[in-house]
Design a protein around this ligand. Structure first.
Ligand code: DGT
Ligand code: CA
Ligand code: CA
Length: 582
């Protein structure tokens, strides 16, 4: 798939243009950023789109004009984009490497290159070791520390890819194998099936009468860049997305046992096997057997759990965090499911840093059979996202009113904002503007290095204004990139309960914030949660599945997720009895 390469190149062009000495318009910087987002989140391979409809088909993608489409064409044909090659001559910096480090933006990267000739992670580490960075203008001991922490964070997760990247790839592989006509059945197992936020590798299981053909097809896929081991029952390949994939061909009769075993987690399996042993059985990837070796169960995963005296356990719960004890008592919760979701309460449009119009967002939501979406653009303090002023919100909402009339109830667009929670805990809009909104999402974006007391008080103050309906990405972490803020989530959850505020489970794949363990710890207080996507484009609304996976890993039922409410019940929740201050 060329999408990721092209998206990375556009992202890099945008980064370089944003800080280069060349005369560049802000428009161009944004255009490349948007294009990177569009191409990076496409479900279909961009070369397929091009093959089907040429440059015109590319130009139908949001944010792709003639110029960008021509550059995409150039890449598809030659594997290069000449504009990018020229910029790289001037700045031979490995941006992919460096910009993943918290504390380094494009400006810093270019400064580090000009002053210290730093071009990649390795030379950056050397400069840190020699304490050369702290003496640069505008830097100090603290910035050196931030960068060092960023590198530590980046490296501690090395090798684990994001769930979204792995799941997309696994689905693609499954589709290739299914279409080959050589498999009877092919499914995902391992951490991908458990919807872990990061994956060490992909694990795929298949049933086939032609194992050798299947292994050949698998190891010759376009996305494969090397073969680790190849045999008729197990083949491991290394993939372009920086991970490996195991494919196992298993006997049809032991499919259930294999699926149970290879779904894991390892800790879960160890405990389940212990229970089997206590019953005088033996459990392995081939089946559940009694002492004499007679098969008790093998082909059906659910039956294996049942024969062990347990309820079936959804894969997302299989982490040995108490789920086995619940299953033995018949108390596995009925987990929230993607089909329960009736809307998306955190979305952006072109007015700020999104790439689609509200009309396009609404049309996509209708296609998803949603009842409602909240349009929640950034507010003025967030300059990088071109946040809106009070007046601009007023104008924008006039437009939304007109659209709502036109939609005639097919979809309700809730007027909202992702309002910045400022350093002192006040909100970035006037009360009179907030009063006009149906759904206010509150979020911390700046001054994130506070200690736990200060950060907790700041967010509590914001929640206690009574204006916030949803606390967005409550810990601010970015997977593999940025640590969470220091914040007391238990105190926050308590305040949320007292003020009818929902805690967000942000479904954007690099956030997944709250994460599974945050949900498990806060859910003891029984707050409500909102699973929403923070979509910056129509197709970003498809991120919902990652958020639902996370909610399920946190054992949530639909009763505690407000996006499962129908419109009337949701409106009742969003309406605050009284604003608490003023
Ligand atoms: P990952 O790849 O690190 O994200 O995590 P998993 O869970 O996908 O781990 P992986 O790929 O090493 O193995 C897939 C599953 O196979 C794992 O979840 C459970 C099972 N498994 C692997 N090794 C062992 C083992 O030594 N003992 C047991 N009981 N199960 C194992
Ligand atoms: Ca795995
Ligand atoms: Ca594996």
């Amino acid at each position: 798939m060329k999408n990721k390469n092209i998206s990375d190149i556009f992202e890099e062009i945008s980064d370089i243009l944003s800080v280069s000495d060349k005369p560049t318009s802000r428009f161009e910087v944004r255009a490349y950023k948007r294009a990177a987002l569009t191409i990076g989140t496409l479900q279909e391979d961009v070369s397929d789109i091009y093959r089907r409809g040429g440059i015109n088909a590319l130009m139908e993608l949001p944010g792709i004009g003639k110029g960008l489409a021509t550059e995409i064409e150039e890449y598809i044909k030659t594997g290069k984009i000449s504009k990018y090659e020229e910029l790289k001559k001037e700045y031979p910096i490995d941006f992919n490497d460096l910009l993943n480090i918290e504390g380094i933006g494009p400006k810093t990267a270019i400064l580090l290159y000009k002053k210290l000739n730093i071009t990649n992670l390795e030379s950056l580490k050397k400069a840190l070791e020699g304490h050369k960075i702290k003496d640069l203008p505008g830097f100090g001991v603290k910035s050196e520390q931030v960068i060092a922490d960023g590198i530590r964070m980046h490296e501690s997760n090395k090798g684990r890819i994001l769930l979204s990247d792995g799941l997309n790839e696994a689905e693609k592989i499954i589709s290739i194998l299914s279409k080959s006509g050589k498999v009877e059945k092919v499914v995902i197992s391992g951490s991908t099936r458990r919807m872990r936020e990061t994956l060490g590798d992909l694990d795929i299981l298949a049933i086939s009468n032609y194992p050798e053909d299947v292994m050949n097809i698998f190891s010759n896929m376009e996305d494969v860049n090397g073969i680790v081991v190849k045999g008729p029952t197990k083949t491991t390949v290394s993939l372009n997305i920086a991970t490996t994939c195991d494919l196992r061909v298993i006997e049809p009769h032991s499919f259930g046992a294999a699926l149970q075993y290879f779904t894991g987690s390892k800790d879960h399996n160890i405990k389940v096997r212990k229970i089997a042993i206590e019953k005088g059985y033996k459990l392995n990837e081939y089946g559940l057997f009694d002492k004499s070796g007679k098969i008790i169960s093998e082909s059906d995963e659910k039956e294996i759990y049942n024969k062990l005296g347990m309820q079936y356990i959804p894969p997302e719960m299989r982490e040995d965090r108490g789920e086995i004890e619940l299953a033995l008592k018949n108390q596995i919760p009925n987990l929230v499911d993607i089909s329960d979701i009736k809307g998306d309460l955190h979305t952006h449009t072109k007015e700020t840093d999104g790439i689609n119009t509200i009309e396009e967002m609404a049309a996509y939501a209708i296609k998803k059979s949603y009842q409602y979406i909240a349009t929640t653009n950034h507010t003025k303090s967030l300059k990088v996202a071109h946040g809106l002023t009070d007046e601009q919100f007023e104008n924008y909402f006039n437009k939304v009113d007109i659209l709502n009339d036109k939609l005639k109830g097919k979809l309700k667009i809730l007027k909202g904002a992702e309002v910045d929670i400022l350093k002192d805990g006040t909100l970035d809009l006037k009360d009179s503007t907030l009063d006009t909104m149906d759904c206010v999402v509150g979020a911390v974006h700046t001054n994130t290095n506070m200690d736990e007391n200060a950060m907790t008080s700041r967010v509590l103050k914001a929640i206690n204004t009574g204006y916030i309906n949803i606390l967005a990405h409550p810990t601010g972490r970015l997977i593999n990139e940025r640590d969470p803020y220091q914040i007391d989530l238990i105190k926050i959850a308590e305040a949320c309960n007292n003020t009818k505020t929902a805690l967000e489970i942000n479904a954007s794949p690099s956030r997944l914030d709250l994460n599974d363990t945050n949900i498990l710890s806060t859910s003891k207080l029984n707050p409500l949660y909102s699973v929403d996507t923070d979509a910056h484009s129509t197709i970003n609304m498809d991120f919902m599945k990652y958020g639902i996976g996370t909610a399920r890993r946190g054992w949530l039922t639909k009763e505690s997720v407000i996006d499962t409410f129908d419109l009337n019940k949701l409106l009742k929740f969003l309406k605050k009895e009284k604003k608490l201050t003023n």
